[in-house]
Design a protein around this ligand. Structure first.
Ligand code: 13P
Length: 287
C-alpha cells in the first residue's frame, strides 16, 4: 500500500538521514527502484514529473502500475508516489488519481500567489491523507521544460510557506537539476542553515541530487535535509549500460534483441545507482 511521505520524512529528519526520491520513467525504472528499496530495507519515494506522467499515458496508469508492483513484488517497505514539480492543475489530477504525495511548485509565482495556492492545496491534499511539498526559490537547470536559475531562497519566505502546513519544503540553495557545470559554486550552507533556524522540525528537500559531492550531501543532511531527489543520475547510468550492451553487439547475438535482455543491463545499472544513493543518504535499514 502506498503511504504519504509525511511520516517517513519526519522520522528521517529526527534520525539524521534522508530518504531518496527517485524519478521513474517506465516499468523497468519503477521495478528497479522498488526492488532495491526492498532489498536494502529502505523507505523510498517514487517521483513522477508531469512530462513522465504524460509519457506513461497518465497518472491513473502509474497508480495502477505502482500498486500492482507493490502487491506482486511483496514490497513491505514504505513507498510514497509523489508528483514532482506539480502545477496547480496537475496537483488536483494526482490527488484524484490516487497519488500519496504531491509537490506544488509555486516558486515562479509571486510569494502572495504561492501562499494562496499552497494554502488551498494543503487543505485538498490533507483532506485525503496525502502529503504535500512546496518550493521557495526556484531550483536551477532544466527539467521537463521547467527552467530555474538556481536561486537561494529567502529564509523568511520559507518560514511563511512552512507555516501553511506543508509537510516538507524545498528551498533553493544554489542546487540545480541535471549535471552541474564546472564553475558551479556549490551548495549555500549559509542559506540552508538560515532556513532550518526558522523552520525548525520541517523536513527540507534537496532537489538536483545528481552530481552533488558526497561530503556536501552529508553536510546538507546535518542541516535538516531529509529528502533528496535524484533523476538524471539514473538516466545516465541506464544509458551508459545500454550503450555498452549495444556497442558490444550483444543485441545481435542469439535473442539479445529481446527487450527483456536488451534492457537488463540498464535495469541493473539503475539498481546500482539507487543502492549507492541510499547508502550515502543513510536510509538503509530505516524502513
Ligand atoms: P537531478 O535530475 O539533477 O538528479 O534532479 C532531480 C530532481 O530534483 C527532481 O525534482
Amino acid at each position: 500500500m502506498l503511504v504519504s511521505a509525511a511520516e517517513m520524512l519526519k522520522k528521517a529528519k529526527a534520525g539524521h538521514y534522508a530518504v531518496g526520491q527517485f524519478n521513474i520513467n517506465n516499468l523497468e525504472w519503477t521495478k528497479a527502484v522498488l526492488q532495491t528499496a526492498q532489498e536494502l530495507n529502505s523507505p523510498v519515494i517514487l517521483g513522477v514529473s508531469e512530462g513522465a506522467g504524460k509519457y506513461m499515458t497518465g497518472y491513473t496508469t502509474i497508480v495502477g502500475m505502482v500498486n500492482g508492483m507493490i502487491k506482486e513484488m511483496n514490497i513491505t517497505v514504505p513507498v510514497a508516489l509523489h508528483l514532482d514539480h506539480g502545477s496547480y492543475e496537475h496537483c488536483y489530477k494526482c490527488i484524484e488519481a490516487g497519488f500519496s504525495s504531491i509537490m506544488f511548485d509555486g516558486s515562479h509565482y509571486s510569494i502572495e500567489e504561492n501562499v494562496a495556492k499552497t494554502t488551498e492545496l494543503v487543505a485538498a491534499a490533507h483532506a485525503k491523507g496525502i502529503s504535500i511539498e512546496a518550493e521557495v526559490g526556484s531550483i536551477g537547470g532544466e527539467e521537463d521544460g521547467v527552467i530555474g536559475m538556481g536561486e537561494c531562497a529567502d529564509p523568511n519566505e520559507c518560514k511563511q510557506i512552512a507555516d501553511l502546513g506543508v509537510d516538507f519544503l524545498a528551498a533553493g540553495i544554489g542546487n540545480i537539476h541535471g549535471k552541474y557545470p564546472a564553475n558551479w559554486k556549490g551548495l549555500s550552507f549559509e542559506t540552508l542553515d538560515a532556513v532550518q533556524q526558522l523552520t525548525g522540525d520541517m523536513p527540507l528537500v534537496l532537489h538536483g541530487g545528481t552530481g552533488i559531492p558526497t561530503d556536501m550531501i552529508k553536510k546538507a543532511i546535518t542541516l535538516g535535509v531529509a529528502k533528496i531527489n535524484v533523476n538524471t543520475e539514473c538516466q545516465l547510468s541506464f544509458a551508459a549500460a545500454t550503450r555498452k550492451y549495444v556497442e558490444a553487439g550483444k543485441d545481435l547475438e542469439g535473442k539479445g534483441f529481446d527487450p527483456r535482455k536488451l534492457l537488463a543491463p540498464g535495469f541493473d545499472a539503475i539498481k546500482a545507482t539507487v543502492k549507492e544513493k541510499m547508502e550515502i543518504f543513510g536510509s538503509v535499514n530505516q524502513a
